[in-house]
Design a protein around this ligand. Structure first.
Ligand code: GCW
Length: 675
């Protein structure tokens, strides 16, 4: 437990004052175990209650002796008898409440389907873990999104693209014969958040993952995931018909190619009857795709959709496309390519769109595609792994980033329509959210303890994108560390402030993509001259002796015009564009006057300094909390914060020195020169 392996599912004994009434209320349970989903729920409930209450609950032999009753109308005669309002909860929803039955009070976790009871069990355990009073519990929940996915950028050799937590947890070599128990713990953790899908392999996909040998391995993993309500998906390489099918082409309109994919789908479903479908990265960063044959993204997606459709599978087609042969503005390309295709995709296709138009930066305005394709279900793609945010050593709580995007107003079709509402479906049958996983085979799963919070927050928001990042952080802190308010409050505050800190010390005021080329770690705003100009930081900041920033207003690339008219106007207007996005949208003179009264240059320096100060204060906060945390976890966090502080200074000093080499401006009065 002290190595972080148990994540937020520690189930340590509750304080007696909480455990005793809980034991009196929940100490005898009735829960079915006729099938594997029911057994998963039952085992988790027993494990959780045993830990939290300090003793194993009794299992009622006759259901009417039970205090806690879990089940569906089909699995539990008592639940059926109670006539609960389960209508409308769907296959994954549940309710938890106290009901009177034959003169005594029962606690009931009931759902229309078995997976709902599993989620209900995790919810009940969470209430206990976070110190809530369950005496008058009354919960009614169902997910607001259908597909709640982790995308693993895991390669078949167990390397993980943009992974900072060790090698892949999928031990392909030993599959299908050996099922590492860790797979079950992975599934439990995901199910505890309501995640219901996992894409096993990298979107930069190897066609090998679709060969019979690898499909058998995937089928074995699907068998581990199934009891936990999780379906397995694969990234499909568009040129697989050539590479493993012996065809001369992968043209999506070629009948042989179409036949090949249909046969491949049949083969997959014979092995994995509940296979979820494909994720596809096509015609992006050198990956093959339909455009290689003069066909559109819709032609490509629809061909795969047709192959999966008879089996109920879906295609998640990624909108992350850009090419350096387009001289214009990389931020505009996805919108330009996809908006004309709105309405042209099959019903079982979702378009998977990154939160911003460039690439998982510390801050980006929301992607203009959200709201711009009303006839197509758009899924959110967030990155959980911190490719551009300091890998696993910088403490950055991404709940704040996710919430900021989800709560952004798209003004489409009208003011007040947020990104969260767009992805909730707009009346489409499908909806979803995908997170690029930060999981590896490190004992603590995510490379650091606080990176577990990002997995956690992503999962909770995928269930309900309207939730508050702060409330989620608080649950995580209580479940992961301690319920003591003297610990919870400062740590939640530190997490909530950590995101603005990283923006401040890396890329304040709308700057972006200034990280070292290739690895994306550390400052390199000076990088230039690579084979792809759109991978060079200088392409993004465009600093010269007069000013800095990428002009995306009407005087420049006019990317602002991809937003709803009201928003486009606001972003285009130097006096109304939010300052936090200033240099994203505009090239601005160094002496531009900011709201604070400072010049842009002085304001930039102020932000760099504030970012470093914030990390220093996070370090100070943590230093005062050692009494609440076991030594191994305390120490690792403390050491990582020290690294982060050093590197925040590195970012500040390197950035300021570089900007000075261009603008020749002195540091504002009172600001110490970098060493
Ligand atoms: O963020 C960038 C990464 C690539 C990644 C790509 C993508 C999987 O640097 O490593 O490739 O995005 O999202 O496809």
């Amino acid at each position: 437990a002290e190595d972080g392996y148990d994540l937020w599912l520690r189930y340590l004994p509750l304080p007696a004052a909480q455990a005793q009434p809980a034991l009196a209320q929940l100490g005898t349970v009735s829960i079915p175990r006729q099938n594997e989903v029911q057994r998963a729920a039952r085992d988790e409930l027993m494990r959780g209650l045993s830990g939290l209450l300090g003793q194993a609950p009794r299992e009622a032999t006759a259901a009417d002796a039970a205090l806690l009753v879990v089940g569906t109308p089909a699995s539990s005669p008592l639940v059926a008898q109670l006539r609960l309002p389960l209508k409308g909860l769907g296959a994954e929803g549940y309710l938890i409440r106290r009901v009177e039955h034959e003169g005594h009070l029962l606690t009931v976790v009931a759902a229309p389907g078995d997976v709902g009871t599993l989620y209900g069990v995790f919810h009940l355990l969470r209430l206990l873990q976070t110190g809530q009073d369950v005496a008058s519990v009354d919960v009614r929940e169902q997910p607001r999104l259908k597909l709640r996915m982790l995308d693993h950028w895991d390669n078949l050799d167990r390397s993980v693209e943009r992974g900072y937590a060790g090698e892949s947890i999928w031990d392909w070599h030993k599959l299908p014969g050996w099922l590492d128990p860790r797979y079950t713990d992975y599934a439990r953790a995901n199910a505890s958040l309501g995640l219901n899908g996992t894409v096993l392999n990298n979107v930069n996909a190897s066609a090998q993952s679709l060969t019979p040998a690898y499909l058998e391995k995937a089928a074995a993993l699907a068998g581990v995931m199934r009891p936990w309500g999780i379906r397995v998906y694969l990234s499909a390489r568009f040129s697989a018909p050539i590479e493993i099918g012996g065809l001369k082409t992968a043209d999506p309109l070629d009948p042989q190619v179409r036949r090949w994919w249909a046969d491949k789908a049949d083969e997959i479903y014979r092995l994995i009857p509940d296979f979820g479908g494909f994720v596809v990265k096509a015609n992006s960063e050198g990956q093959p795709g339909p455009q290689d044959y003069g066909r559109s993204h819709a032609d490509g997606a629809n061909m795969l959709a047709d192959a999966l459709q008879p089996h109920g599978g879906v295609v998640m087609w990624r909108a992350f496309v850009y090419s350096h042969e387009q001289p214009d503005d990389r931020a505009k390309q996805a919108y330009s390519e996809f908006v004309p295709l709105d309405g042209k995709f099959r019903d079982n296709v979702l378009l998977q769109v990154k939160n911003g138009a460039i690439d998982f930066q510390p801050r980006e305005p929301f992607h203009p595609l959200f709201g711009a394709m009303p006839k197509t279900p758009l899924m959110m793609e967030f990155q959980i792994t911190k490719e551009y945010l300091g890998f696993a050593t910088h403490l950055v709580y991404l709940g704040a980033l996710y919430e900021e995007t989800l709560q952004s107003d798209t003004y489409r079709p009208t003011k007040g329509h947020t990104v969260a509402q767009v992805i909730e479906g707009q009346g489409h049958a499908l909806s979803g959210m995908a997170g690029v996983a930060n999981i590896g085979s490190d004992r603590n799963w995510s490379g650091s303890i606080f990176d577990q919070a990002n997995w956690y927050a992503f999962g909770r928001l995928a269930w309900n994108p309207q939730q508050s990042a702060r409330a989620i952080a608080e649950d995580w802190v209580r479940m992961t560390f301690s319920q003591d308010p003297a610990f919870v409050q400062p740590v939640v505050r530190m997490m909530m402030d950590s995101r603005e800190a990283v923006v401040d010390y890396m890329t304040p005021l709308g700057l972006h993509h200034l990280m070292g080329r290739g690895h994306h770690y550390g400052p390199a705003p000076w990088d230039a001259g690579s084979e792809r100009p759109d991978w060079d930081p200088v392409y993004y900041h465009r600093a010269d002796h007069l000013g800095i920033g990428f002009e995306r207003g009407s005087a420049g690339s006019n990317a602002v015009a991809q937003y709803a008219p009201a928003l486009a106007k606001q972003f285009d207007d130097l006096s109304r564009v939010p300052e936090r996005d200033l240099l994203w949208f505009h090239h601005v003179p160094w002496d531009h006057r900011m709201a604070s009264g400072r010049t842009l240059w002085d304001e930039m320096v102020w932000h760099y300094a504030r970012g470093v100060d914030e990390v220093a204060s996070m370090r100070g906060t943590w230093a005062g909390l050692s009494a609440y945390v076991d030594a191994p976890r305390y120490q690792q966090v403390a050491s990582f914060l020290a690294i982060q502080q050093q590197e925040a200074q590195w970012w500040r000093d390197a950035s300021i020195a570089y900007w000075q080499s261009i603008n020749g401006l002195p540091l504002p009065a009172g600001q110490a020169a970098p060493p």
